[in-house]
Design a protein around this ligand. Structure first.
Ligand code: IPE
Ligand code: IPE
Ligand code: MG
Length: 243
């Protein structure tokens, strides 16, 4: 396999396990979320260092509103703090930010913060960083189909893709879930069609550069067949080599 295919172009991560990380230390759950931001920041820099072009992080799901009010408001406050603190440094590193998810229901301050960060970083080229916030795969499919229906446009795979929140990037090559659960929890339902899946018991605040390298090494060993046979892929790569 050539080196270019061994590095996933687009990695998406379900950052799970913050609450358990905190409970193990007798800390409030929000302490785990705060520590999770440090892991997120390191993960962005390391992904960029390894040549990943797109990183998509699941930060708050449509269903996370069902958590205790105190945790939800704590997460919203943390989001505002992190936006103010991290956007300038991400911009300095050449990261282009996109916030994917339903904006309705978020405070005016947060919505303005998302808009400002997207405008500020619009010309950056080192990494596209998608933060999925108030995001659900089902929400995205429904809002995309509704917008096509409202315009009277036919629903095809490409028109639906173009109407979705992730239209600006190719589908994820590798989806990582930390925290030891083996489920997708309404993340990227449409875009995950041919992603390689990687699950690790590491709790998100413990997810280090080494953990990311391990996931990428595992990915590099996979054979992505997209419905074809292994033999077809081998003869195809042979013919490409001989050209
Ligand atoms: C993921 O960590 C972060 C969010 C969903 C916001 P959790 O808060 O789900 O952590 P666990 O799964 O309870 O350990
Ligand atoms: C998925 O984690 C959502 C995020 C990481 C933002 P959850 O902790 O909400 O998932 P479930 O509820 O255990 O499936
Ligand atoms: Mg969880």
């Amino acid at each position: 396999m050539s080196k270019s295919t061994a590095i996933p172009r687009h990695i998406a991560i379900v950052m799970d396990g913050n609450g358990r990380w905190a409970s193990k230390r007798f800390l409030p759950r929000l302490g785990g979320h705060k520590k999770g931001v440090d892991a997120l920041r390191k993960c962005v820099s390391h992904a960029m260092f390894r040549g990943v072009r797109v990183l998509t992080l699941f930060a708050f799901s449509s269903e996370n509103w069902n958590r205790p009010a105190e945790e939800v408001s704590g997460l919203m406050h943390l989001l505002a703090v992190v936006l103010a603190r991290e956007v300038p440094s991400l911009h300095a590193e050449g990261v282009r930010l996109h916030f994917v998810g339903e904006r309705k229901g978020l405070s005016g301050k947060v919505q303005a913060g998302f808009d400002e960060a997207e405008v500020l970083t619009a010309n950056n080229r080192n990494l596209i960083l998608n933060i999925c916030f108030n995001y659900g795969g089902r929400w995205d499919i429904v809002q995309a189909a509704s917008s096509l229906a409202a315009k009277g446009e036919p629903i095809t795979e490409s028109s639906l893709h173009a109407a979705m929140g992730m239209a600006h990037v190719s589908d994820p090559d590798l989806i990582i879930r930390t925290g030891g659960e083996y489920r997708i929890s309404n993340f990227l339902l449409w875009q995950a069609a041919y992603a390689e899946l990687y699950f690790t018991p590491a709790l998100w605040p413990d997810f280090s550069s080494t953990e990311l390298d391990q996931a990428m090494a595992d990915y590099a060993r996979r054979e992505r067949r997209f419905g074809k046979t292994s033999e077809q892929l081998k003869s195809l790569s042979g013919s490409q080599v001989s050209v």
